[in-house]
Design a protein around this ligand. Structure first.
Ligand SMILES: Nc1ncnc2c1ncn2[C@@H]1O[C@H](COP(=O)(O)OP(=O)(O)OP(=O)(O)O)[C@@H](O)[C@H]1O
Length: 241
């Protein structure tokens, strides 16, 4: 199969939710084998953009291509992993059984199950049932279910919310290893300090894409070293233009 240059290509995407247009004419690309951070304040449209890539969002206009096929194509189902903000774990079976179930769906073996549990730091809690987990543990268990499928494109909606700083660092290391192995990651966050871990940033505000650039480019284009301040400066520069 021909490899598309980019993992994701979006042209002029507009989305309406309810009576409002929540994404306005967005065009972007996401390179393969990299970590792209989707950053912006709460409600700016991050989840809507992710849903558009996964193919679960009705779009008003525009084109969304993932791994060379139109978003939502049947053949993409096994190739894209999506972890939403609402953890999707069966409560009445253990974490390990949840991950094994996903492994079986994707023809992965026992080793893949254990590797996914280790990757998210859940080996210790693998015997606990879904209804015996904390919020952060639920998030990590959901992530393990997505990881075990070994998708080419992994889309993670705020995966580090509620995690302690040590675990956050571990997870970002894990994301980096996945990217080094060729996986493309799109990771959303509303806190700019996560931006530092990303190769590229998509900066979203009120449904508009303000910029797609690297953390270093964001610093040099705004003259701000701190990424939070750089984002604010970019907004001010946009408003003044
Ligand atoms: N089902 C819905 N019907 C109507 N409007 C919606 C619906 N879901 C979300 N919206 C609106 O769409 C906009 C974008 O929401 P979205 O969930 O994509 O933002 P977000 O950046 O992911 O936010 P957060 O960081 O809080 O999760 C928001 O203004 C939200 O109020």
């Amino acid at each position: 199969m021909a490899q598309a240059t980019h993992a994701v290509e979006i042209r002029n995407l507009s989305v309406r939710r309810g009576k409002r247009t929540v994404l306005h004419e967005i065009s972007l690309t996401i390179p393969r084998g990299s970590i792209t951070g989707l950053l912006g304040p709460s409600g700016c449209g991050k989840t809507t953009l992710m849903r558009s890539i996964v193919g679960t969002q009705i779009v008003a206009s525009g084109e969304v291509t993932a791994l060379g096929s139109p978003a939502g194509s049947t053949e993409l189902r096994r190739r894209i992993g999506y972890v939403t903000q609402a953890p999707s774990i069966y409560n009445d079976i253990s974490v390990r059984e949840n991950v094994r179930y996903h492994a079986a769906l994707y023809d992965r073996d026992h080793e893949a199950t254990e590797a996914a549990l280790t990757a998210v730091g859940m080996r210790e809690f693998a015997g606990q049932r879904g209804d015996e987990l904390s919020g952060g543990q639920l998030t990590r268990a959901s992530l393990a279910c997505a990881l075990v499928a070994q998708p080419e494109l992994l889309i993670l909606d705020e995966p580090t919310v509620g995690l302690d700083p040590v675990l956050r660092v571990d997870l970002w290391k894990q994301f980096r290893e996945l990217a080094a192995g060729g996986t493309t990651l799109l990771v959303s966050s509303h806190v700019m300090d996560e931006a530092e871990h990303c190769d590229r940033l998509l900066l979203l505000r009120e449904g508009n894409l303000l910029a797609q650039l690297s953390p270093d480019e964001l610093r040099s284009s705004t003259g701000e070293q701190n990424l939070e301040n750089a984002f604010l400066t970019l907004i001010t520069m946009g408003e003044a233009a």
